[in-house]
Design a binder for this molecule. Structure first.
Ligand code: IMP
Ligand code: MG
Length: 483
């Protein structure tokens, strides 16, 4: 199959993550923006997200704009929907990055109804950055407080930034009511944001109207979800979630559509391992609570970094600012990935897959792909197809396993129960071991894949009643197989 056969006859396609985020939505969003879509839209979250974009051979991290912005010069639109919370300065930083590369953003549309992240929000959120002591471990970008003010009906919207007097009035009301002790005065906020608001002003429109018109004109829309279903405020592992609904429902609503208007949903999952950043239950985590404490830190112990892990296992690296560089194919990393010790396997996979947060550089916790979570995703996100990613990271690994059910799950129809009490104590039942993983990295054809890997994929489709339509076999755009 090809991308075009998969998308034949569709007008609205959504890309969502069925796990805890970071599954590689950006790659598919890029592919669709380049090959298929007229409009790439985002409807939830803010600069808590992060994806690495390849601009003219250089890797750049974007937090707010979808990758589709790179095709602006082809007349394609990029839309930031009303469900988002947008920080003006970081948005301008991304516009500057585009400008520096000679790229345009003339067709950017920013919802007038999207809420604005203000310095008050960031100040309030940064106190909760750490996942130590069982905290949520937010990205510290002000996401929760901004959505909180939206829910309290006192938030400041992008449209309020169109007129500086209106903006000052709204900021005053918000500060008085919610942040009287903030270290930022109203003047601080208004004066520091004014230049950014001036820059964004030409792009602020009623995006709902635009999207309805685009659809009427027969244009094709790709909606890019943010974070993942397990981090959804409505369907995720509350309270260890973000503050928006990352399911197909919130993703569509965030751009002014209903999930029933989405013609095809592509659920992205990592397979056969998955990751979680920050606090919260993670039944299939390799190394269990040891891994959780290692990645998030404890009372007296700081959270581990890539540098700490490389040092711990004597793997050579070089440093460039906060970023470390090392050989992801180092023999010691392969040894760790094949270790009998689950904690070590987790470290090995994290190093091989470069599983450190794009936004925060934090260690992502590593666990086996959870079929129960995918069964739940099938129920919430409805009928969809899957794209699996990161299997190539495990190239050369002798064996692996998949979580098939939970021991003593209380709900027979769907073994998943999002309550922390349940997920903290549940015992995953694993498949017999599969393996090895060979012939996957950079493959363009499934016939190269080892039988152990093929069997795992076929079994997973049956287990979850969801077809795997796409296999990503590497980080490059051409490393992809349509089935
Ligand atoms: P917040 O979205 O910054 O409020 O963070 C809430 C929780 O969601 C924390 O556990 C974060 O680590 C997690 N989170 C937020 N954005 C992402 C993301 O893009 N990828 C993975 N985890 C995320
Ligand atoms: Mg991401």
């Amino acid at each position: 199959m090809s991308l075009h056969t998969l998308l034949q006859g569709r007008q609205v396609v959504a890309i969502v993550d069925n796990q805890f985020g970071d599954s590689g939505k950006g790659k598919f969003s890029d592919l669709l923006a380049k090959e298929w879509a007229d409009i790439t839209a985002r409807g939830t979250g803010g600069d808590n997200a992060g994806h690495t974009v390849d601009i003219k051979g250089k890797k750049r991290i974007f937090h707010i704009l979808p990758v589709g912005i790179a095709y602006d010069n082809q007349g394609k639109n990029t839309l930031l929907g009303q469900g988002m919370v947008i920080a003006p300065q970081p948005l301008c930083t991304e516009l500057d990055m585009l400008k520096a590369e000679g790229l345009s953003y003339n067709n950017l549309l920013v919802s007038s109804q999207a809420h604005m992240i203000l310095p008050f929000h960031v100040e309030m959120d940064s106190g909760d950055k750490s996942a130590k002591n069982g905290g949520i471990g937010t990205t510290g970008k002000g996401i929760g407080p901004a959505y909180g003010d939206r829910t309290l009906r006192i938030g400041v919207r992008m449209k309020d930034g169109l007129d500086i007097d209106v903006f000052a009035r709204k900021v005053t009301a918000l500060r008085n009511k919610r942040y009287p002790n903030s270290s930022f005065s109203v003047d601080d906020v208004v004066q520091s944001l004014e230049p950014y608001l001036n820059r964004i002003r030409p792009f602020v429109v009623d995006t709902e109207k635009y999207i309805k018109n685009f659809l009427a004109e027969g244009k094709r829309v790709c909606i890019e979800g943010a974070q993942g279903l397990m981090l959804s405020i409505d369907y995720g592992t509350y309270p260890y979630v973000t503050s928006s609904d990352c399911s197909i429902h919130g993703t569509a609503a965030g751009v002014g559509l209903s999930s029933s208007e989405v013609d095809l949903t592509i659920g992205i999952i990592k397979f056969p391992y998955m990751t979680r950043v920050g606090g919260g239950p993670f039944p299939t985590e390799m190394g269990g609570t040891r891994s959780e404490k290692h990645c998030n830190g404890e009372d007296t112990v700081e959270a581990a970094t890539a540098r700490d892990e490389l040092t711990m296992f004597s793997i050579p690296f070089t440093e460039e600012g906060k970023k470390v560089h090392y050989d992801t194919h180092h023999p010691r990393i392969m040894e760790l990935m094949n270790s009998d010790n689950e904690f070590e396997r987790g470290v090995g996979i994290r190093l091989a897959g470069d599983e450190y947060g794009a936004t925060t550089q934090r260690c992502r916790r590593v666990g086996w792909t959870d079929g129960v979570i995918q069964q739940y995703a099938r129920r919430i996100n409805g009928k969809h197809v899957l794209a699996i990613t990161k299997s190539d990271v495990l190239e050369g690994v002798k064996n692996f396993k998949i979580c098939q059910s939970y021991e003593n799950a209380d709900d027979k129809a769907c073994g998943f129960n999002k309550d922390e009490e349940f997920l903290r104590q549940v015992q995953p039942n694993y498949s017999a071991s599969y393996g090895p993983i060979e012939g996957v990295a950079h493959s363009r054809d499934e016939s190269a894949h080892s039988p152990g890997f093929k069997k795992a994929i076929n079994d997973f489709e049956k287990l979850t009643n969801t077809p795997i339509a796409i296999i990503s076999t590497g980080s490059e755009q051409q490393d992809v197989i349509f089935r």
